[in-house]
Design a protein around this ligand. Structure first.
Ligand SMILES: NC(=O)c1ccc[n+]([C@@H]2O[C@H](COP(=O)([O-])OP(=O)(O)OC[C@H]3O[C@@H](n4cnc5c(N)ncnc54)[C@H](OP(=O)(O)O)[C@@H]3O)[C@@H](O)[C@H]2O)c1
Length: 357
């Protein structure tokens, strides 16, 4: 953010920054409504403010649709002199939509505040300042990096952000026996987990979990992605076999990642990769599809193979004692930080971890 030399200007600047943060928080809240709906694009939010009043706001709602800035401008007949708060720097290139910097310049805004720059195209500052528009970047940057972390991961690392999730019994087992569906989380935590799926572009399981659990992998209030409800359900199965009627019911699209020579069952899409058991290969293939945020729900074999790729981890610890069965993967240690203490939902303790190295 801009710094000034005199104490008066510094005081003015910090006042401005506090107000900027409040407006940016509003833009981030708008952006969060688009999670899971816009891949391969980021679900950006935008708020237009003049004289301390919101005069327009918008968000990117679907790939191919209006961007956040043009959505906000379309709801504001006169944005002259306004400040535009955007959760990601405005685009400068012509894609499915014309560049947002052109729209902002044309609308006569006086100032643009971005939470983070776009690693994809970094010319927003140059374009706006050349047009005489003040431009600042970095307002609530950490929150925006978290919100848009899937998009940032995909464009910088060529693969989606990957979150692993499992439920473990109090004594450290994810199932009573291999191939057994074993309820572990309490109903409240189970309901939360189903709602949590809305924040992801795709939910991934292995062929073993599909066969054992026949999971629906749906969420109570589905996201729209284009004309389909999401998130996408992904099954990793070398032979393309999805032994789970619930995943072939059309309630949400299902994609099976299979090996050469295999074919998906009726009603299920297929994605062939050289080796579906190679997480690096699969992650790159899912990134190439445009998926920004994956939730890997297991089971044991998939977690063991994918653990080195996890950026985040969510562990639901129930109170049930199984006394044996399929051991839970080891909890993360060095290179991870725990996000606060465990959240108690009903009788289930949910621990969240982020990889730092
Ligand atoms: N508590 C929990 O959070 C939780 C969550 C999910 C599942 N579970 C339980 O876990 C058990 C299933 O475990 P599981 O290990 O059989 O299931 P899994 O990991 O879902 O599936 C294993 C199968 O997935 C395929 N696969 C895909 N990628 C793989 C890779 N990188 N490495 C190895 N295999 C890969 C293989 O089938 P192909 O050879 O056909 O490709 C393999 O046989 C069930 O009892 C289920 O209820 C518990």
């Amino acid at each position: 953010m801009v710094t000034t030399s005199s104490s008066k200007l510094k005081a003015q600047s910090s006042k401005l920054q506090a107000a900027d943060a409040a407006w940016m928080a509003r833009a981030l809240r708008l952006a969060s409504l688009s999670l899971g709906m816009t891949w391969p694009n980021p679900g950006v939010g935008c708020v237009l403010v003049r004289d301390g009043q919101v005069i327009g706001e918008g968000r990117h709602r679907r790939c191919g649709g209006l961007h956040a800035e043009t959505d906000a401008l379309s709801r504001c007949p006169d944005a002259r002199g306004a400040t535009a708060y955007v959760t990601l720097a405005p685009c400068t290139r012509h894609g499915r939509q014309p560049p947002c910097v052109t729209a902002l310049i044309g609308a006569g805004v006086a100032r643009v505040v971005a939470a983070i720059s776009d690693p994809h195209q970094d010319e927003a500052g140059a374009c706006l300042t050349t047009a005489g528009i003040a431009y600042e970047v970095g307002c609530l940057g950490a929150q925006a990096r978290h919100l848009h972390g899937g998009f940032l991961c995909r464009v910088t690392r060529g693969r989606p952000r990957i979150t692993g999730k499992w439920a473990t019994s109090a004594d450290g087992f994810i199932a009573a026996a291999p191939g057994h569906r074993t309820p572990i989380s309490c109903p409240d935590a189970y309901a939360l987990m189903r709602r949590r799926r809305r924040a992801f572009d795709a939910i991934v399981v292995g062929a073993g979990t599909a066969a054992a659990d026949n999971p629906a992998l749906t969420t109570p209030r589905p996201r729209w992605h284009g004309d389909e409800t999401g998130p996408l359900r992904v099954v990793l199965a070398r032979r393309g076999v999805v032994a789970a009627p619930s995943l072939c019911d059309g309630a949400a699209p299902t994609l099976v990642v299979h090996g050469p020579g295999a074919a998906p069952p009726a009603g299920v899409r297929g994605l062939e990769v050289g080796d579906p058991h190679d997480p690096v290969l699969v992650a790159a293939a899912l990134g190439a599809l445009g998926l920004n945020d994956l939730l890997i729900e297991g089971g044991a074999a998939v977690h063991a193979a994918w653990m080195p790729l996890y950026d985040r981890l969510e562990i639901y610890r129930g109170t049930v004692v199984l006394g044996g069965g399929v051991p839970a993967p080891p909890e993360p240690a060095a290179g991870w930080i725990r996000e606060g203490g465990p959240e108690l939902v009903g009788s289930t303790a949910i621990a969240r971890w982020t990889r730092v190295a």
